[in-house]
Structure formats: C-alpha cells, structure tokens
Design a protein. Structure first.
Length: 125
C-alpha cells in the first residue's frame, strides 16, 4: 500500500511540475500595450476601417525608430501599404503615415516609395 501511495504522489508531482514548465514556455497573451507585429501593422494599413489605419500608422511611427524593426517592416512588404496610406488617408491617419515615412527616410530607408505622386501629395498639404 505504501508503494502505491508513493507512486501516486510522484505521478501528481510530475504532472504539476510538467504543467508549471508548460506555463513558462507558453507564449504570453498579447495586450493593447504590446507592440503589434509587422503583419498586423501592414494589415491595419490597408484595412477598410479608418480607425484601424489610424491605429496602425500611429503605432508604426514609434516602432520604425528601431532600424531592425524598420528593416523587418520593409521585408514584410510594408512599404506599398504605407505609400497607399500616405496617398489615400485623411486627417490624423495621413499625418501619422507621413510621420512614419519621415522616420524611415531619416534612417535612409524607404526612398523607393517616394515618387512623383507622393511628392505631389506632400506638396498639396
């Protein structure tokens, strides 16, 4: 009887230990304070919702100051989405998009989307 009780205790201990280890390896749940990933931002830039675009370009402007994030954004096909936002958005969303473009240009990145249409749009503001 003692042997069986010891085996049960050991089994419960191993199960509990395993669960604790799984919790430490599990990915953390994202919150609104967590920075979005590149794919989420690009999706937000081309979203139909004005609030989604505004949120995406607002977050993007701060994240692009990190050159590694800026590179990941470019590699993630973010430039065409940002260009579209610069040309098509209005109000704050457009201001944030232009701010994001400026941050990229200051890092000497993103120049390939600065064409005559973008220059003309900036000139009319």
């Amino acid at each position: 009887m003692v042997g069986k009780r010891a085996r049960n205790h050991k089994a419960r201990y191993n199960t509990a230990r395993s669960a604790r280890e799984d919790q430490t390896r599990a990915p953390a749940h994202r919150t609104m304070d967590d920075p979005p990933d590149v794919a989420t931002l690009v999706a937000g830039l081309i979203a139909d919702s004005e609030s989604a675009r505004k949120y995406a370009v607002f977050k993007l402007q701060g994240l692009l100051a990190d050159p590694s994030f800026a590179d990941a954004f470019i590699q993630g096909e973010g430039l065409p989405a940002l260009r579209s936002c610069v040309l098509d958005a209005n109000g704050n969303a457009q201001a944030y998009a232009l701010g994001s473009l400026v941050v990229l240009l200051e890092l000497d990145m993103g120049w390939e989307i600065v064409d005559g249409e973008v220059v003309e749009k900036v000139g009319t503001l």
